[in-house]
Design a protein around this ligand. Structure first.
Ligand SMILES: [Zn+2]
Length: 191
């Protein structure tokens, strides 16, 4: 049990304060260190909120000393905890979520689906993951193959007829961002 405790021990920020730098009144002073978090004063804003609170308290108590040293407290971004919190949220929160939701290009898949005894339709999925406008793509397929073609789902186009081989060529010709490795021919599938 005591082993576990030892390995989980978290350093107390106060313990890590080097005493020789506390409280930064030796002359000549070049960088003022915060005795609470042991960092130069301008880095206090990057400390966890609990530590920042102590940093702020220390500054308030030592305002005279700081202004004597020519430190502009207002410029240190610490005197207003609300704005500091807002900044923190912007940095960590929404941006990351958005990035995760961004779609990565996947694979364009073609499949031949039996329709009746000798007829097939060709299904294309995955074009939308390359940011391709499905309506325009469907129109293009209809023109090139002189057959019906329609957008039939979020990311699915159905072309009337078995055009798989020609379709691969057409896709490679039309969209540079798609190369052969991005196309998978599933062969004949049952819907
Ligand atoms: Zn500090």
């Amino acid at each position: 049990m005591s082993d576990g405790e030892a390995s989980c021990e978290v350093a107390d920020p106060q313990e890590s304060v080097p005493s020789k730098e506390t409280p930064a009144i030796s002359y000549p002073v070049k960088v003022l260190y915060c005795p609470e978090c042991s960092l130069p004063l301008e880095y206090c804003e990057f400390m966890p909120d609990a530590v920042q609170q102590r940093c702020r308290a220390w500054r308030e108590k030592n305002q005279d000393l700081l202004s004597q040293e020519g430190v502009d407290i207002a410029a240190l971004n610490l005197d207003d905890s609300d704005s500091a919190n807002k900044k923190r949220q912007k940095r960590g929160g929404r941006g990351n979520v958005k990035a995760k939701q961004k779609k990565e290009p996947d694979v364009v898949k073609l499949a031949r689906i039996p329709r009746g005894k000798r007829k097939f339709v060709t299904r294309v999925t995955g074009l939308a993951t390359f940011d391709i406008n499905l309506k325009k793509a469907s129109k293009l397929f209809a023109q090139k193959f002189s057959c019906g073609s329609s957008v039939s789902g979020d990311d699915e186009i159905i072309i009337q007829g078995d055009v798989t081989d020609d379709l691969i060529d057409l896709i490679l010709e039309t969209w540079n961002e798609i190369d052969e490795d991005h196309i998978e021919d599933l062969g004949e599938v049952k819907r």
